[in-house]
Design a protein around this ligand. Structure first.
Ligand code: CMP
Length: 144
């Protein structure tokens, strides 16, 4: 099944100039870039994006870290994209991430873990609508 997923290349990775290397990983696995932009988040937007984590012990750190400098937001598309991207990214915790994954190679810790990706179809749709409202006006974006 062809799916779309929202991927964020987080401040820690952009700051270390890893954008090209990270995008190459996705492209090498056959994923296509459907949309992309460079943005600096404000606190309000970051809290909406991560609202399911509100109240958790790491929430404040997460918001501070994701807003500290620019990030690259990408919609990737491809066969089984959501699961495929999660495998390419690796475990949230870089110490547990599998060999060859983005987080194993580049993540610094649980919070500065280089990338974010949608975890299921419902969150992909919610996140893409939040991040790229100008594109989602076209109904066919989600009926692929
Ligand atoms: P992400 O996929 O962006 O979604 C939630 C983020 O919370 C996660 O990646 C991590 O960067 C961050 N985070 C920080 N600490 C933890 C933790 N202990 N468990 C899970 N996620 C954490």
């Amino acid at each position: 099944k062809v799916q779309k997923s929202l991927v964020l290349i987080k401040p820690d990775a952009v700051e270390r100039k890893l954008v090209g290397k990270i995008i190459s990983m996705y492209e090498e696995h056959g994923l296509n870039i459907a949309a992309m932009k460079l943005v600096k988040l404000d606190k309000t937007f970051a809290e909406i994006h991560y609202k399911e984590h509100k109240g958790k012990s790491f929430f404040n750190d997460l918001i501070k870290t994701i807003t500290r400098s620019e990030i690259v937001a990408i919609v990737l598309q491809g066969e089984n994209a959501i699961e495929k991207i999660r495998r390419i990214n690796g475990n949230t915790n870089p110490e547990k991430a599998e060999e060859g994954t983005i987080r194993k190679m580049y993540a610094l810790n649980n919070t500065e873990n280089s990338v974010h990706a949608s975890d299921c179809e419902e969150s992909a749709e919610r996140e893409i609508k939040l991040w790229f409202p100008e594109l989602v006006a076209k109904e066919e974006w989600f009926s692929a």
